[in-house]
Design a protein around this ligand. Structure first.
Ligand SMILES: Cc1cc2nc3c(=O)[nH]c(=O)nc-3n(C[C@H](O)[C@H](O)[C@H](O)COP(=O)(O)O)c2cc1C
Length: 379
């Protein structure tokens, strides 16, 4: 724990923080409702900078800028990613300062992110093939995503929206033009296709609200498909994590990828090639493939003005406009905002309405031993 003084130099605040193995500051939570901060050297994309342990005077905040976190978010739910997402909303400024806090006190804290003990099963989930076969008979791959948010009084409230299902991580069949972009712009045309998992995916813009909501409520999520063609509803409850930050060594992605990697298994029928294929696999290529899976105009949507902000408020950054087409898979602005969300299922339920005289409802639950248990329940 390190002392943090707020912008006005008032009450010293206790700020949980630790240094990662690169001696970079990682802020964890419990920030005040007003924190001081600054834009970085690229004012169009301000973000929380990292700092390095130096002398021993405590944490000092830059007096030049402040950011107001919504008071609806209880302080205990504030964390680095939430703060980062709000920093993105700071308008372009003349500020050239780099970081708000200087660590002047060596932090006695863990050198790695605390493990999150994700609920993971290496074995193929028993519901997976059935869900896949239902999806294959379906026209639309959209599903409903529910998270928990907070209303203006700080009460937890449900939030739902439609998102496009992007298959099970990291498998993705690209449109020929997307594959062409991968072939031209990514080493080897992408990853060898040796891994599969039971992780469901969708993509999103980091500036939208759902990621903040996930982070501030323990990453709990529910995804729901109503597959009318087969008359079956699927509900997937679990936890979700986003990947794709240009700086995965800080913020919410810090330390996450190795843990997620545990959920990947080599495909049973993988006929790829050399044993070295696993070494050629990278997270960066996997994420880029999801970006390539969008048409140029959809990729351009990640350069839209800030989602959810009043349309009357023109973005000060002229690069943020509607209707742009992006062909560069590494477009810095679009990729700053683009994220792949991974849903790790913990409980899956199907409700089969094919025969209304005999409606069938099945539930699969992932146990702490990583094994799925199935039970048929009354509808
Ligand atoms: C058919 C359809 C597909 C959509 N697909 C996505 C998607 O894949 N990812 C996404 O973030 N939003 C998608 N949206 C927009 C969301 O429904 C929602 O408006 C947006 O994500 C902002 O939500 P939030 O602020 O609660 O995060 C889609 C909307 C529709 C109608």
């Amino acid at each position: 724990m390190a002392d943090v003084t707020d912008r006005c130099g008032q009450s010293p605040l206790k700020e949980p923080a630790y240094l990662n193995d690169k001696q970079q500051l990682v802020l964890v939570c419990q920030l005040p409702s007003i924190i001081s901060t600054v834009s970085n050297s690229n004012p169009s994309q301000p973000r929380l900078q990292r700092c390095v342990s130096s002398s021993n005077l405590g944490w000092e905040l830059c007096p030049h800028h402040s950011i107001h976190m919504p008071s609806s978010i209880p302080p205990r739910h504030l964390n680095t990613r939430l703060i980062q997402s709000h920093l993105f909303r700071i308008p372009k400024t003349c500020c050239q300062h780099r970081f708000c806090a200087t660590n002047t006190q060596p932090t006695q804290a863990p050198s790695t992110r605390p493990t999150m003990s994700l609920s993971i099963s290496k074995n193929p989930a028993p519901w997976r093939k059935l869900l896949e076969s239902h999806l294959e008979q379906t026209k639309s791959y959209d599903f409903t995503i529910a998270t928990v948010g907070y209303d203006s009084k700080g009460n937890p409230v449900p939030r739902v929206r439609t998102c496009g299902f992007r298959g099970f991580f990291p498998e993705l069949e690209l449109h020929p033009s997307g594959q062409e972009d991968m072939d031209q712009q990514v080493e080897g045309g992408g990853n060898p296709g040796l891994f599969e998992s039971d992780i469901l995916t969708f993509t999103t813009d980091v500036r939208m609200e759902k990621l903040d909501q996930l982070e501030s409520t323990g990453n709990y999520i529910e995804a729901m498909f109503w597959l009318k063609e087969v008359m079956v509803q699927w509900r997937i409850k679990g936890k979700a994590y986003s990947i794709g930050s240009p700086d995965p060594e800080s913020g919410s992605e810090f330390g996450l990828r190795p843990e997620l990697f545990e959920a990947l298994r080599v495909k049973e029928n993988y006929r790829g090639g050399s044993s070295g294929d696993a070494n050629k696999w990278t997270w960066e290529k996997a994420i880029t493939k999801y970006f390539a899976n969008h048409s140029p105009v959809m990729r351009g949507s990640f350069r839209n003005p800030p989602p959810g902000q009043p349309r009357s408020q023109l973005p000060s950054n002229a690069d943020l406009r509607l209707g742009q087409k992006v062909t560069n898979l590494q477009d810095p602005i679009a990729r700053e905002n683009f994220r792949v969300v991974l849903i790790l299922p913990e409980e899956v339920e199907s409700l089969d309405l094919t025969d209304l005289d005999d409606v069938r409802r099945r539930k699969w639950t992932l146990g702490p031993d990583g094994k799925w248990e199935e039970i048929e329940i009354w509808p």
